[in-house]
Design a protein around this ligand. Structure first.
Ligand code: FE2
Length: 419
């Protein structure tokens, strides 16, 4: 049996343990890398985009405690458990004293995490090991077989895998290396000459019922009809994006949305991954024809121009699409197109034109803050996966969401248009 890239949604109990142990090994390895670089307290300045690492590592362990180890009703049936108050089914005892008052992301807001009395590196290591053993003991005792009995196990594993990618984003922001990660992007087998795939009018349902696990924001009733459209078969390359960035048109207001113009004038030269290229070069022919030098994970890196554009904000993606007479695809166009075998995805996360919003008939699942707080009109839906995403997490139906100004994520985009 190999779980190498089997999606976490479809894991059987024995496979779950294997995947969970693999994921936890990576978390512990990452914790040790962070400690080597940041010192034993793993302290960093308070940044909007990054969590305080020691808090985040413990939060990963706490999540399993909250929803599996301490959960006296460790089963969730979406057809009749939706009104349950899950606080009534959580035992007090934890492997870390006062864990709820420190590691509960719903109660301790971002800025407050820096002021908490946080554990040491060794306490964190110990907490992650104890919660790992407690989860394995619980799964071996309970042998969850049904999707309902498996729900919280899969939710917690997915949560850990999401934070694992967030740790990689944090390392990139803080300019240090995660061994083996950069080469996953640098060695992507990627073709910059992207063809278009065309689709006739079609009615689709975005909800794939056959999965054994769903996040609450993936559940839809009904279908949607899409107008005929065409979409790039792969993402926009660095070369194509730099063509725009280094052209006179880049600062032309007509290509930017109202919010995009504000971002361009206030944030581009402070934050964009490409700000130095824009400062240093007038046009693409001024730089080496095959590579561009850029600081990435703290190192000067020669990026091949035929790699997919990376660390692109939504605003930059939107402006580029307009510049080439296209637009960003909608989330459903992306999903429909992904069924085509020539649709290449998974190298970088992809911005869509959709604002992440509450679907009709939406009902939050027990971990209420997974989606609901983010239906605030401030986030864009992001599809796909990136070279930094855990293999067992990648899924076409997954709906990610980020604020449009974010560039620390491993994000790119492709373009589309109506035909
Ligand atoms: Fe979390």
């Amino acid at each position: 049996m190999s779980i190498s890239n089997k999606n976490f949604r479809d894991l059987k109990p024995a496979e779950f343990i294997e995947c969970f142990q693999k994921t936890r090994r990576e978390t512990l390895k990452t914790l040790k890398i962070f400690r080597e670089i940041l010192g034993s307290e793993l302290r960093i300045p308070n940044l909007t985009e990054a969590n305080l690492p020691i808090w985040e590592f413990c939060h990963v362990g706490w999540f399993y405690e909250r929803w599996i180890v301490r959960n006296t009703r460790c089963s969730f049936d979406k057809s009749y458990d939706l009104s349950v108050d899950w606080d009534n089914f959580c035992r007090d005892r934890t492997h870390f004293k006062d864990a709820d008052s420190i590691f509960d992301s719903s109660k301790i807001e971002h800025n407050a995490r820096w002021d908490r009395n946080l554990p040491t590196f060794y306490e964190t290591l110990d907490y992650l090991r104890k919660t790992r053993d407690a989860v394995i003991e619980k799964i071996e005792t309970n042998s969850p077989e049904t999707d309902e009995a498996f729900y919280f196990y899969k939710l917690s594993l997915a949560h850990e895998m999401m934070h694992l990618e967030a740790f990689k984003m944090t390392a990139q922001i803080l300019n240090f290396e995660i061994p083996g990660l950069r080469s996953k992007y640098l060695n992507l087998d990627f073709c910059s000459e992207s063809s278009f795939l065309s689709f006739n009018e079609q009615t689709i349902s975005p909800y794939y019922e056959n999965y054994a696990f769903h996040f609450d924001n993936e559940i839809f009733n009904g279908e949607t009809t899409l107008k005929p459209f065409k979409i790039q078969s792969s993402c926009v390359s660095l070369k194509s994006f730099l063509d725009f960035l280094l052209s006179d048109d880049f600062l032309n207001a007509s290509f930017w949305s109202k919010e995009g113009k504000i971002w361009l004038s206030t944030s581009f030269y402070k934050k964009s991954f490409y700000k130095n290229i824009k400062k240093e070069f007038k046009k693409l022919t001024d730089i080496d024809s095959e590579f561009v030098k850029i600081k990435w994970f703290g190192k000067d890196e020669n990026l091949r121009l035929n790699l997919p554009a990376l660390h692109v904000s939504f605003y930059e993606a939107e402006a580029y699409a307009k510049w080439v007479g296209m637009r960003l695809p909608t989330e459903l166009e992306w999903l429909l197109a992904s069924q085509n075998t020539n649709f290449h995805w998974g190298d970088v996360w992809e911005w869509t034109s959709n604002t992440f919003s509450e679907p009709p008939d939406f009902v939050p699942h027990p971990y209420k803050d997974y989606s609901k707080p983010w239906f605030d009109g401030q986030h864009k839906t992001v599809k796909g996966a990136s070279f930094a995403t855990c293999e067992n997490f990648r899924n076409l139906h997954f709906r990610n969401f980020y604020k449009p100004n974010r560039m620390d994520i491993f994000s790119g985009f492709r373009t589309a248009c109506f035909v």
